[in-house]
Each structure stands twice: as structure tokens, then as C-alpha cells.
Design a binder for this molecule. Structure first.
Ligand code: XCC
Ligand code: SF4
Length: 653
């Protein structure tokens, strides 16, 4: 390579801390193929207007861009209006993505039947959920009940009256606050439509109002769409239980047919897992000269599959291209969200079949094999067969699978977290007693707090660097970390989901808890839709402590967020009373008032707000300081509301 090329390679390699990724970038250069890392080099300067959120093209008179010379758009919209509208639209898009995913899962529940491709795996969970949704399970066949629950859930998307039924999962005080503020989401689709309508030219031109409707819309994601998505996924495919897995590109197997599942919804991927396990598929793989079939996942599909089946994690968002560059992938099968449009062209340099399956995410140049839930198994078999038959086209001279992989325990649903703690301490079923161990370690300060470190990779930061730096800082200082999405993949790739590594990375308090309770210092909660599990656990703990969520020593953090879904998530987490720390600045800095409101003013309304710092060490410190500052009040409340009560009970006996 010439010196110039080496420079380019070095620059690209500096954009990730993953050692496998660095190897693959070198191969990409040798193979003459382009990746996100290369394209990023071409973007020396990104558009300043876009970065600040002050570019508006919401009507045909624009685009209008706010600057000192042009302080208003043609219609007179100022920077606050434009930033607010752009922010609200990001939230609406994110909410749409998560909720449409949930809608598909719910349709799948409506298709369940005895002996069918999709069945009810968790009847008890269905019955409980039915009761919660005001559907009487009494005397009903489980499938009759499933269909009824599906219909009630589908109504949550478009019902004409009332607010989300799922809000009642939150502590009472929080529900009252949402009611007072007017941010209880009504029907999910309605909140998305309201934002799109109100941000049309000539509607809302008031920043407070735009942020207010952003919060209400985001709540339709967290407390409705995502909550339904998670619940029904568990009912259909089983509640995740802790399971062993492996992560990073080395999970791609030498002489196996490698199939990568990438995207988000478990509907397709679950069926691919089932199809690939069929004896006829295993035999076919042998016939074409392979030893077997290896499935692995990328992005949230990876998380969904790993937590229910231990399917290995091939990589995160930033490794989707690098996986193909290994030359060892027979097929990459995708559904929706976070799929680079670059993949078909990239795949054409290798033997990899790049297969799109959803009419919602067609990509020019891909092999489109549409997947329909009502012919699920047949469709899945066709797709798997296509992958197997492609094995003979693998070109050994183009294969390079990098050396590293890591192991971890994944799949801690709410039940697993509570259950695991309960195993050690007691076995009572009363809610407070069940949560007592978790509450006790929090209240005593053995664990200083719990932080959800979640979200994507962003080319604005070296891949995985912020995630790992922050997670390591937190656990070193006795903060338990729960994680989802690509942040979870980063943690797993680096051994942080192994209990054995707790003494190495965790502080004394946390390491002791890990040992006693048999958990890793970083807990895998699933995909991004599963952030609703974090809301659930927070609600349970708040209820058990007779407090609001905002009283708890907890925080949210998205160190490398990039998607609009992440903006929706951050906003509902804040609206739920949890301070949220971002490692990448959202495009709002063009409006001083938006920054003041999002990063401060919201605190007076919902008891939480955003904090941003692009230095991960500083951000970690901000998180810990924030939680520590909450602890004295939390401990006092705990003493008043729980300990004194317990004492009174004991005395009464
Ligand atoms: Fe996408 Fe969900 Fe972000 Fe990863 S974490 S880059 S949204 S796959 Ni959800
Ligand atoms: Fe310009 Fe107003 Fe149209 Fe936006 S809505 S493009 S600011 S005229």
C-alpha cells in the first residue's frame, strides 16, 4: 500500500476501538470496497445548519436556514420554532418505527392458532396481560383470548377516545403528573399524526408546545408501542431467560453456512431459527459440503435472538458492512430499521446474498424475498434454502474471519432480574418482598445506583468507545448497568456480561452483589423496544418504595445514539422522570431556548431532563454525581416510607 493509503486506513481504524473491525477495515481497503468509515472521511465538514437543527424544509418556499443575516424563515419561523419542529419530527419518526414494529407483532398474535407457525408460548403471561388490558380470560380458550387481546392492543393504535391503557403500569404519582401536564398519550397513531400536523407550515410556532407534544408522542412509544411490542414478543416467543452467548465477528463459522439476521422484528427471525433447525435444512447444508448452519445476529434482531435462543451476536450497527467483508456470509437477511442502503452493492463484491423481506424496507439491488406472517414457515424455508445453496459460491481466497470473540450471559427480562435476586434472599411472592433484595442493595448503598446505558453507534464518536468507557467507569464505582440495543452488543463483545469478570471490572460492592446473586456487572435486557422493560422495573421498584420514578437513584444514558428512535426513547425516559445523559449532541443547539428547556427546564415539569457531554469520562462523572446527589433524599424517603413501616409491623407483631 502507498503511504497515502496507509494514512486513510489509519484514519479509518481510529474511528473504531473494536480490534476485529480494524482488521476488517484493512481487508476492505485490500478488496477495494467502501464502508461507512471511508465515506465518513469524505464528510470533512458536516452542514452547520443541520447540526444545529436550524434548517427547515417543511414547505416548498424553503429550505430556510437561520443565520445572523437571516434570523427568520420566509414564513417568519424563528430558530426556536424550527429547532422545535425538527426535534418533534424526530420523535414522531422514532415512535412510528417502534410502534409499527409493535403493530406487526400484534398482528402476528392475531394469527396464532394451535399447531400453527405462530403459537402462544406463554399462556400465563397472556392471561395476566389480558386482565391488565381489561379483557376477561374467564372460560376462554387460550387462542380465543390471544385474538381478543390482539384486537384490544391494535385498538391502542387508533382508538378514538381515552389515553393509553398501559400508563397504569407507572406509579400513581407519575400518572397524576402526566395527567396534570397533559402528556398522557392517546392513541399511538394519533400522537404521531398530531406531531406531523402541528409541524406542518402554519401550525405550531411555540417551542414549549412543540416540546410538550414531543413528550406526549414519545410516551406513546415507551408506554404504549414498545410496551406492547415487548409484552407480545414474550407471549409469542417466550420470556427471555439468562442464556450463554458469544459475540463479535469471530462467531462466523469456518465451514458452516453462515446466515446473518439483521434488523429488528422477531417475527421473521424466529421463523428463520426454526427453519434452519429442521433436519431437511441441516441435511441440505451437508449436501452442499458445509458442516452445518450458523445463525448470528446484528443490531436488535441479534438481541432478540440471542436472549431467547443464545443465537450468537455477529456485531453491532457499525459492523454490518464489516460482516459481509469477511467473505464468509452466505446470506444476510434483513427486515426493518438500521439497515445500510450500502449493503446490496457491497454484497455484490462477495458471494453474499443480501435478502430484503419487508415491503417497508425494500432496497435497490437487494434480492427481495417477501415474508408473510400467514405463510411464515414456508417463506422462512425458502429463504434458508437460498442461503444454503449459496454456500458453493463461497470463494475461499476472499474469506477472512477475524480472531476475536467474547462470551457473555444475556437475556435478563424483568422476571429474571427479580427472580435472580430473589433466589438468594427469599422466596416470597408479595411484590415488596420480591423486590426487597434489589431495593435493599440500592438503599444501603452497596450499589450506588442503576444506569441504563443503551443505544446505537454513531460515526461522530469512535465505535464503542463511549459505550465502553462509560460502562467501565460506572461499574468500577458500584453502579449496576443494564443495557439494550447496540450498547448491549458492545458490552458483550468486551466480556462485560460475564460474571467471572466482575472482580476485574466492578467495584467491591457491585462485585459482591454479582457474586452473591450470580449476575454479571452489566445486564442484558434485550433490544431497544425492550427499553420498556427498564420502565417496568423502575415502576416496580418505585412502587415497592412508595416513591415516584424520579426519586430513584437511576439514570439513562445513550453514549453513541444516532437514530430517531433513540430521540424518542430519550424523550420518554426523561418524561418518565429519569435523567438522561447523551454522548452526542442532538441537533438543537441553534435554539438557546430549546437547549435550556431540554437540558434544564424540563426538570421542573417532569423531574428529569437531558444532559450532554461529548467526553465519555466526564459524562460518566456527571451521571454518578447526579445519582449521588439524589441519594440522601432517596435514603430519607426510604427510611420514612419503608423502614419505619417495617419496624411498625414488627413491633405490632
Ligand atoms: Fe439501530 Fe436497534 Fe440504534 Fe442499534 S441501537 S443502531 S436503533 S439497532 Ni436500537
Ligand atoms: Fe421556510 Fe417557513 Fe417553509 Fe420552513 S415552513 S421552509 S421556515 S417558509
Amino acid at each position: 500500500m502507498e503511504k497515502k493509503d496507509i494514512n486513510v486506513l489509519e484514519q479509518m481504524q481510529n474511528m473504531t476501538i473494536d480490534l476485529n473491525s480494524k482488521v476488517m477495515l484493512e481487508k476492505a481497503e485490500k478488496d477495494g470496497v467502501e464502508t461507512m468509515y471511508k465515506r465518513k472521511l469524505g464528510y470533512k465538514v458536516q452542514c452547520g445548519f443541520g447540526l444545529q437543527g436550524v434548517c427547515c424544509r417543511n414547505c416548498g418556499m424553503g429550505p430556510c436556514r437561520i443565520s445572523a443575516k437571516t434570523p427568520r424563515g420566509l414564513c417568519g419561523a424563528d430558530e426556536h420554532t424550527i429547532v422545535g419542529r425538527n426535534f418533534a419530527r424526530m420523535v414522531a419518526a422514532g415512535t412510528a418505527a417502534h410502534s409499527d414494529h409493535a403493530r406487526d407483532i400484534t398482528h402476528t398474535l392475531a394469527l396464532t392458532c394451535p399447531g400453527g407457525d405462530y403459537q402462544v408460548k406463554e399462556p400465563q403471561k397472556l392471561i395476566e396481560f389480558a386482565k391488565f388490558m381489561d379483557v376477561d380470560p374467564e372460560g376462554k380458550d387460550i387462542y380465543e383470548l390471544a385474538h381478543e387481546v390482539a384486537e384490544v392492543c391494535l385498538m391502542e393504535f387508533g382508538k378514538p377516545f381515552g389515553v393509553s391503557k398501559l400508563l397504569k403500569r407507572a406509579p400513581k404519582v407519575r400518572q397524576e403528573l402526566w395527567n396534570k401536564l397533559g402528556i398522557e398519550p392517546r392513541a399511538i397513531d394519533r400522537e404521531i399524526a398530531t406531531v406531523m400536523h402541528s409541524t406542518h407550515i402554519g401550525c405550531t410556532a411555540d417551542l414549549d408546545s412543540l416540546i410538550h407534544m414531543s413528550m406526549r408522542c414519545s410516551m406513546a412509544d415507551g408506554w404504549a408501542g414498545s410496551m406492547i411490542g415487548t409484552m407480545i414478543s414474550d407471549i409469542l416467543f417466550g420470556t427471555p431467560k439468562p442464556v450463554h452467548t458469544e459475540a463479535n465477528l469471530n462467531v462466523l463459522a469456518g465451514n458452516n453456512v453462515n446466515i446473518i439476521l439483521h434488523g429488528h422484528e422477531p417475527t421473521l427471525s424466529e421463523m428463520i431459527v426454526a427453519a434452519s433447525e429442521l433436519p431437511e435444512m441441516q441435511e441440505l447444508a451437508k449436501e452442499v459440503g458445509a458442516d452445518g448452519i450458523t445463525l448470528s445476529g446484528i443490531c436488535c434482531t441479534g438481541n432478540e435472538l440471542t436472549m431467547r435462543h443464545g443465537v450468537k451476536i455477529a456485531g453491532d450497527f457499525h459492523q454490518q458492512e464489516l460482516a459481509i467483508i469477511t467473505g464468509a456470509v452466505e446470506a444476510m437477511i434483513v427486515d426493518v430499521q438500521c439497515i445500510f442502503p450500502a449493503l446490496p452493492e457491497l454484497s455484490s463484491h462477495y458471494h453474499t446474498k443480501f435478502i430484503t423481506t419487508s415491503p417497508k424496507a425494500r432496497i435497490t439491488g437487494a434480492t427481495h424475498m417477501e415474508f408473510h406472517e400467514d405463510t411464515a414457515m414456508e417463506d422462512a424455508k425458502t429463504i434458508v434454502r437460498e442461503a444454503i445453496m449459496n454456500f458453493k459460491n463461497r470463494d475461499a481466497s476472499k474469506v477472512l474471519v477475524p480472531d476475536l470473540k467474547s462470551e457473555g450471559m444475556v437475556g435478563y427480562a424483568e422476571e429474571a432480574i427479580v427472580g435472580q435476586l430473589n433466589n438468594v434472599v427469599n422466596t416470597q411472592i408479595d411484590e415488596m418482598d420480591t423486590l426487597k433484595p434489589l431495593v435493599d442493595v440500592l438503599a444501603s448503598g452497596v450499589i450506588r445506583g442503576v444506569v441504563g446505558v443503551v443505544g446505537c453507534n454513531n460515526a461522530k464518536t469512535p465505535s464503542n468507545y463511549n459505550h465502553l468507557t462509560i460502562i467501565k467507569e460506572l461499574i468500577k464505582n458500584d453502579f449496576l448497568v443494564v443495557t439494550t440495543g447496540c450498547g448491549a452488543s458492545a458490552a458483550c463483545k468486551n466480556g462485560l456480561m460475564l460474571k467471572e469478570n466482575a472482580p476485574k471490572y466492578a467495584g467491591k460492592g457491585l462485585a459482591t452483589v454479582c457474586e452473591l446473586v450470580d449476575i454479571p456487572p452489566v445486564i442484558h435486557l434485550g433490544s431497544c423496544v425492550d427499553n420498556s422493560r427498564i420502565l417496568n422495573v423502575c415502576s416496580l421498584v418505585a412502587n415497592a418504595c412508595d416513591m415516584d420514578i424520579s426519586d430513584l437513584p437511576v439514570a439513562g444514558c445513550a453514549p453513541e445514539w444516532m437514530s430517531e428512535k433513540a430521540v424518542a426513547i430519550g424523550t420518554y425516559v426523561v418524561s418518565s422522570g429519569i435523567d438522561t445523559f447523551l454522548g452526542v449532541m442532538p441537533p438543537v443547539t441553534g435554539s438557546s431556548r430549546a437547549v435550556e428547556l431540554l437540558c434544564g427546564g424540563l426538570k421542573d415539569q417532569v423531574g428529569a431532563c437531558f444532559y450532554v457531554n461529548e467526553d465519555p469520562v466526564e459524562l460518566a462523572k456527571m451521571i454518578m454525581d447526579d445519582i449521588e446527589s439524589k441519594r440522601p433524599a432517596f435514603e430519607t424517603l426510604y427510611q420514612e416510607r419503608i423502614l419505619n413501616k417495617r419496624l411498625a409491623e414488627v413491633t405490632a407483631e
